[in-house]
Write a protein that binds this ligand. Sequence first.
Ligand code: IMP
Ligand code: MG
Length: 435
Amino acid sequence: MTTRYRVEYALKSHRRDQLIEWIKGLLAVPFVLHSQPTAVYQEHSAQLSAVAEGTHQRYADIFLDVENLILDHINHTRSQNPGKSKLKLLVPTVGTFFTPLYLEDAFKYQDRRRCISRRRFVAPSFNDVRLILNTAQLLGIIRSFPSSVELITFDGDLTLYDDGENLTEDNPVIPRITRLLSQGRKVGIVTAAGYTEASKYYARLKGLLDAIHSSTLLTESQKNGLIVMGGESNFLFRYDDSRSQSSSSSSLSPDSAGDNDNNSKLAYVPRKEWLLDEMKIWREDDIKELLDIAESVLRACVSNLNLAVAVLRKDRAVGIYPLAGSKLHREQLEETVLVVQNTIERSSVGSRLPFCAFNGGNDVFVDIGDKSWGVRACQQYFGGIDPARTLHIGDQFLSAGANDFKARRASTTAWISSPAETVQLLDELHELEGH
Ligand code: IMP
Ligand code: MG
């Protein structure tokens, strides 16, 4: 049993979130003891709701206990002793919490919507717990600060639009993002998609950028609250209304390579204007060396796993993507990510330079830097916004092969599973703020 368990764990730990799995395990006990599907048809509805009420209370108690363990963990972190908290012993992978998580209230909120405690056959699931954690995080920010969240950063693919698609004018997230801007909040799109040309981002984000441009509601300074961070933490663009008309002046410095599109509504921001001090010491020869290693490992995987893909080497990234419309298997993607990540981690340049190897759904990329640097650079660009007042929304939060995971070091986060959930989350924020 032990061996089987360990093998399973070693093979699958990168596909599990330990905190969520642990909470699920705690909830399984009252589910089994109180909600088991005993002859449902014989019970009266009064009995049914009494059982549901009892189960609701037991689940709520568990969430309150976890909420208190997180508070205790926050206190240990503040006193420079995070390793000693009880939560850290129970869930060794647990990281930093920037705010308390109001799990009991979040559970009650989500239970009203999802009727979790009324279920007799399906135990509280990964998705139930994930959504409760998201609500608890929103409450954590709202209750910690009178003006709530100041900066919201969004991942692109699967968070704002479907994988590989564009943000078109009919996307329901557009009015939600303009609402955030109209409230004076800052918005960053922190995507792995790495292009040096503003026109490429315009092509992907056209619906949103056009809507901001034509908005009569937003002031100029509110419109300037939008930035795009590409290649995880490599290329910064700011919204620029003046790039909506054709103009002939376009002086190209090496640092603004390709930024020659005057209709893109985005302006390239030179690195010297936004790099964090720690990023200024990243050396070009290290960047080349790391990408060389990544490229040779990717090529070895292509041959070893017989993948029908092309290799793409860029300025700050290298990746593989399938040829003409074919689809890679999950196993091929995960194996490639784990091999490349392990090899770079074991190299000496891998200890000098941050990088992010991830499974993009149907491609694998290795980027220089990661979203923790991307989110931090956005915070600094807007004058130093606190991590606790920043929320990063993304779909990739598994520990290996996922790029939003790294943002947890820089800000609070919400883990969504589709663009529709992003819309729901933004509406939830609006509602919980009492609008
Ligand atoms: P995200 O979900 O917005 O972070 O976008 C990730 C996707 O962007 C990847 O799966 C790739 O398809 C695409 N992409 C394009 N260029 C790059 C790059 O330079 N690095 C990583 N991903 C890239
Ligand atoms: Mg994504």
